[in-house]
Design a binder for this molecule. Sequence first.
Ligand SMILES: Cc1cc2nc3c(=O)[nH]c(=O)nc-3n(C[C@H](O)[C@H](O)[C@H](O)COP(=O)(O)OP(=O)(O)OC[C@H]3O[C@@H](n4cnc5c(N)ncnc54)[C@H](O)[C@@H]3O)c2cc1C
Length: 401
Amino acid sequence: MDISFGPELESFRAEVAAFLDCAPTPDIREAGRKTTSVFAPFESVMAWQKILHAKGWVAPGWPAQYGGTGWSVEQRYIFAEEYFKRDLPPLLPNGLQMVGPLLIDLGSEEQKAKYLPGILSGEDYWTQGYSEPNAGSDLAALSCAAVADGDDYIINGQKIWTTLAHKANRMFMLVRTSTEGKKQQGITFLLLDRTDYPGMEIRPIIGLDGIPEQCEVFFDNVRVPQTARVGAENDGWSVAKALLRHERGGSAGSPAMYRKLELIRVTAQGTPSPFGGMVADDPVFQRDIGELEADIASHAAFEKLVISGHPLSHDPAMPSMNKVMSSELAQRVSVLMTRVAGTEALPLQLEALNIGSNVAALGQELELVAMPYYLNSRATTIYAGTNEVQRDLIARTLPAA
Ligand SMILES: Cc1cc2nc3c(=O)[nH]c(=O)nc-3n(C[C@H](O)[C@H](O)[C@H](O)COP(=O)(O)OP(=O)(O)OC[C@H]3O[C@@H](n4cnc5c(N)ncnc54)[C@H](O)[C@@H]3O)c2cc1C
C-alpha cells in the first residue's frame, strides 16, 4: 500500500526543506540542539521567530486573515516534520499558541489590532499569570485582586510558576474582581502592556534542572487601565477556560518526539551495553523503543485529527486527552534518553548548555541534554493542569452509565 504524499505535497516539502536548510543562523541551530524543555533558549528562539515571520511562516495554525499560512493539515504536519528533523528550536507557545488564538476568538477589534502584530513578529513575548501559591489545580481559588479606581484597576497579590516572566514584556493574567457568589464568578482576565510597572516585582525560581525558567511575580498597587480587560468584568473564568483549550491542544508534538527517538537510536548504536554488544542490540531496549515508537505513531494520528478541525476534534475531552498523552510520552522519551546516555549524563553541564559557550561538552550531544531534559520533563504532567485533574475532566465528559 502506498501511503506517501502526492507530488504537490512533496514539492511543498522540498520548498520547506530548502528554506529550513539555509535560513536559521548557527546560533539558532545550536539553540535547537540544546533545547531541554518546551521553552527553547529565549534570545535565539525569538531571533528565529523574526526570520520565520518575515517569511510568513510563523503561525501555521492561525487563520490566514490574521497572518496564518492558510496551509492544509498535511502541509502543517509536513512543516513540523521538516522543522524537527533539523533540530530547530520550537517557537515559544504563550503568544502564538495561547493568547494570540484567544484574542482572535474573543478579543475586541482594538485588541486584535494592537496585540496580534507583535505576537506574530516576536516583538512581544507574553507570560501567563494564572497560578498562585494557593491556587493551582483549584485555579478558581485565586486571590490576586484588582480593584476599580476611575478608569483603572489597582492590582495587589502574587502569582507563581509564571514561566519566563523575567524575559517577557507583556503578561496575561487572572485577577479577582469580586468575592460575591461562586468563586468562578468573580474573576477577570487582563492583558498587561508591560512587566515593569511600578510596584511589579519578578523573582526567577531556579528549577530542578538548574535553569531559571519559572518566576514569582508580586503586585503592590500596580495600576493598569480597564481597557486591558478581555470580555466582561467577572467573566474571566470563561475566557481563561477558552485559553486553556488552546494551551492543552494547540500543537503537534509528535514530530519532535520522533526526532528524539532517532537520536536515541543512533546513540544506542554507538554505546556499548554492559551485557555485551551495543545498547541497540539489547532486546529490552529494542522492545522499549519499539513500544514507544508505536505509541508516538498513535499520538501522531490523534494530533492530525485535532489540527484537522474534524468534528471529533471539538469534543470537550480532546484538549485534556492531548495533554495527558503528549506529556506522558515526553516523559517516556526522556527516560529512554537517560538510559541510553547512562552515567555520562549524570553531570549537569550548565555552562556547556549556554549558546555560544566555549566550554566543551563531556560526551556526545545526547549526553549533554539528556539529564536536564529528563529533569525538566518531570513537570510536563504538572503544568497546563496536572494529569490527575485532566483525567478527571475527561471522565466528566463521558455519558453517565
Ligand atoms: C514547569 C511549570 C511551569 C508552569 N508554568 C506556569 C505558567 O506559566 N503560568 C501559570 O499560571 N502557572 C504555571 N504553572 C503552574 C501549574 O499550572 C500548576 O503547578 C498546576 O496547575 C498544579 O497546581 P499546584 O502546583 O498548585 O499543585 P496542586 O493543585 O496543589 O496539586 C498537588 C497534587 O494534588 C493533585 N490534585 C489536586 N487537585 C486534585 C483533584 N481535584 N483531583 C485529583 N488530584 C488532584 C494534583 O494532581 C497534584 O498531584 C507551571 C507549573 C510548572 C511545574
